[in-house]
Design a protein. Structure first.
Length: 387
């Protein structure tokens, strides 16, 4: 057991410093030279480290021995399954993405996922045998123990499909399924807007709304995997003034049964409807982008729509922040493209509603957040195969 502990410590040090000298590994791990040398030999036999050609010379004596981590010893796949597209990223054991593929979601959803993964692997000149883990991100509630998608409002046909059974035919290695926003927050913490944060909320804001939560450095999923489903929070009913639904007519009111109250109040379609109702913009294929562009240019009607939707969003977000008290809040999803115009309006309405001052920022990863979070989750799982 002690040798395994030493090997893991040395491997971690090599991964973080590659290439590194034995002396560097001794300093990083606190181990003796014989212990480090023995661990390096075991890791070399396992194919996880390799010697580097003589890259450093000393003034006297033999050249220093340099060791590198063999990131190419294995690969992981992170997948983002959306209502309209599937994205697959292939990364080596250092987390470097070596290939990616995006495909439109077809009528046969699982086949679309399989095809996207297969094409990404082929692009990297790899097969399923080279894969150490696959992690798939999907909207909705996922039962962690079984990996079954219990509820997927964004993709109704996905619930209860044999996703794991289908994807396990690709590789003999583990396949896991996770809520997409739970993965997005991992991505932002790994290589995005909040690297290393131990107290973080990521809010995906688009047609649908959900939150990923990090508490004490660990993802929080809740007892049933439903933590962070803030799209279904109702902070409007019973307040003075009209509820959001009547503002948008019967079409939107009927959609409440499919979307949560908060999604209905501040979702992308609602923004477009409010903009048209206020005559803030002419009909446009991308009405949401148009209204924020107009607001950036100082259009009064567009600014009023942005302020109104920001006030609604701040009201729902405040309820979450008062409970969790995170250090940082990241806003991602399609609405994050609105930029500082929207962020400033949210901040103005949010501050009077909360007791603390979390850092409020936009996502650095954009549409890649879920797939990169899936890569991070797959790397964490793959580490179980390491000595």
């Amino acid at each position: 057991m002690l040798r395994q502990i030493n090997s893991r410590a040395v491997l971690r040090a090599v991964r973080e410093r590659s290439p590194a000298r034995v002396a560097d590994l001794m300093q990083a791990t606190g181990l003796s030279r014989p212990a480090v040398t023995r661990a390096v030999a075991e890791l070399r036999d396992a194919g996880l480290v390799a010697d580097v050609d003589e890259t450093a010379q000393v003034s006297m004596g033999r050249p220093a021995q340099w060791i590198r981590f063999r990131a190419e010893a294995g690969y992981v796949v992170g997948v983002d399954v959306g209502s309209h597209k599937v994205v697959a990223m292939v990364a080596d054991l250092a987390g470097t993405v070596v290939a990616s593929r995006q495909m439109a979601t077809g009528e046969r959803l699982l086949q679309s996922v399989r095809d996207t993964i297969a094409e990404a692997l082929a692009k990297a000149d790899l097969t399923g045998e080279d894969v150490w883990a696959i992690v798939v991100g999907t909207p909705g509630i996922v039962e962690e123990s079984s990996g079954e998608v219990l509820l997927a409002p964004g993709i109704p046909g996905l619930a209860h499909l044999p996703v794991l059974d289908e994807l396990r035919t690709i590789t003999p290695s583990p396949v896991l399924i996770e809520n997409d926003i739970n993965l997005a927050v991992l991505g932002e913490r790994w290589c995005g807007a909040a690297v290393g944060s131990d107290s973080l909320v990521f809010v995906h804001w688009g047609v649908r709304i959900g939150a990923g939560i990090i508490i004490d450095g660990k993802p929080y999923r809740g007892a049933n995997g439903a933590a962070g489903e803030i799209g279904f929070v109702d902070v409007f009913s019973g307040l003075d003034g009209p509820d959001p639904a009547p503002l948008l007519g019967a079409r939107a009111a009927n959609a409440v049964s499919e979307k949560g109250a908060f999604e209905h109040a501040v979702g992308a379609q609602t923004i477009a409807d409010l903009a048209h109702a206020a005559e803030a913009l002419a009909p446009s294929p991308d009405a949401v982008a148009a209204v924020f562009a107009a607001a950036t240019e100082g259009d009064p009607a567009a600014l009023e729509v942005v302020d109104r939707i920001a006030a609604r969003f701040a009201r729902g977000l405040a309820a979450l922040l008062l409970i969790l008290d995170p250090r940082e809040v990241i806003i991602g999803g399609g609405l994050s493209r609105a930029g500082e115009t929207l962020l400033a309006a949210i901040d103005r309405h949010l501050r009077p509603r909360i007791l603390t001052s979390p850092r409020l920022v936009l996502s650095d990863l954009g549409s890649d957040a879920v797939a990169l979070g899936a890569v991070r989750r797959a790397l964490d799982h793959a580490e179980q195969r390491l000595p």
